[in-house]
Design a protein around this ligand. Structure first.
Ligand SMILES: C[C@@](CO)(OP(=O)(O)O)[C@H](O)COP(=O)(O)OP(=O)(O)OC[C@H]1O[C@@H](n2ccc(N)nc2=O)[C@H](O)[C@@H]1O
Ligand SMILES: Nc1ncnc2c1ncn2[C@@H]1O[C@H](COP(=O)(O)OP(=O)(O)O)[C@@H](O)[C@H]1O
Length: 270
């Protein structure tokens, strides 16, 4: 069985406060994009995990595919499988690639072994893996609150037929570090209702709270957003805690890739 775990971007991201469990409450809109890894499971005599593409850490304590397998195995006492991941989504990039791999592994195992695991149970396993993971079980545009697991689907007709360009400068931002940099004493403005806000207005109302702290540390990330606006983006922002920046365009400028340094990862999603 083969599945294609996709990436996401955050349309706005507000952190509203620190919780007793050490996590933060946030508000965002998750938006799935057409950029995917490949994940295959086959029957095997013993469990194994292999990967190709971008190098990833195969540590069983941290790798989200292996952790997902172990959690399902613990619950359902399953026979072994081999997992093979071809990694395409840049990591530590705010694109949720690792989270998506974890969530897709849970769902794949559920289907492969016909476990009929209830949605709420799968969601609970996903949240054990990471705050972003429950979204990838739903995997449609959704407003998110709590740690990111309270999800309400949203229609975004403004994005129909738009092109999303992504530029990743190869800087790894540690999510825990980014949360630690925030000043949580300031009041949070209301989160705009994106289902009715015209796209041209997003730049006035839709903010990512991590941009000021990450941009200050890494001015080259701020420069990507400026470059997208100079190229005609209707809206441009950093996704998650960075370091990927996306621009939303009516149509991609023909020579856009030549405008960035050659070592950047440059991607396009419809
Ligand atoms: C902030 C977001 C927005 O999409 O950023 P990206 O990681 O995608 O950039 C996500 O919620 C990240 O989700 P995820 O990457 O799954 O985070 P987790 O593994 O659950 O947590 C990593 C660390 O981030 C912090 N963390 C994460 C989520 C949250 N709601 N509150 C937190 O305080 C904690 O310090 C935690 O130890
Ligand atoms: N299957 C996986 N693929 C990628 N990264 C993984 C995986 N499992 C665990 N990780 C770890 O998760 C971290 C964050 O990954 P990712 O979700 O891609 O980034 P972000 O949280 O910035 O969107 C990586 O640095 C990596 O160490």
């Amino acid at each position: 069985m083969i599945v294609f775990p996709n990436a996401k971007i955050n349309l706005g991201l507000q952190v509203t406060g620190k919780r007793a469990d050490g996590y933060h409450n946030l508000r965002t809109v998750f938006y799935p994009i057409q950029l995917s890894d490949m994940l295959e499971a086959i029957w095997a005599d013993e469990f194994s995990f292999q990967s190709s593409g971008l190098p990833i850490d195969g540590n069983p304590d941290t790798n989200l595919c292996i952790r997902a397998w172990k959690r399902m195995q613990q619950e359902y006492n399953l026979p072994p499988i081999s997992l093979y991941l071809h990694k395409i989504i840049p990591m530590g990039a705010g694109l949720g690639g690792g989270s998506s791999d974890g969530a897709f592994t849970l769902r794949l195992i559920n289907q492969l072994f016909k476990l009929d695991c209830p949605d709420e149970q799968l969601k609970a396993f996903a949240l054990e893996l990471g705050s972003d993971c429950p979204f990838f079980l739903l995997n449609k545009p959704a407003k998110a609150t709590g740690r990111g697991e309270e999800l309400v689907p949203i229609e975004l007709p403004q994005l129909k037929d738009k092109t999303i360009l992504l530029a990743n400068p190869g800087i790894h931002i540690a999510t825990g570090w980014a949360f630690g940099q925030l000043d949580l004493t300031k009041p949070t403005p209301p989160f705009p209702d994106l289902s009715i806000l015209p796209l041209e207005q997003w730049k006035n109302y839709l903010l990512n709270d991590f941009e000021p702290v990450v941009f200050q540390q890494h001015p080259e990330i701020a420069a990507i957003r400026e470059k997208f606006y100079a190229m005609g983006a209707v809206y441009a922002a950093m996704t998650g805690t960075g370091s990927t920046v996306y621009g939303i365009f009516d149509a991609a400028p023909a020579d856009w890739k030549q405008q960035f340094p050659s070592q950047y990862t440059l991607l396009e999603s419809k």
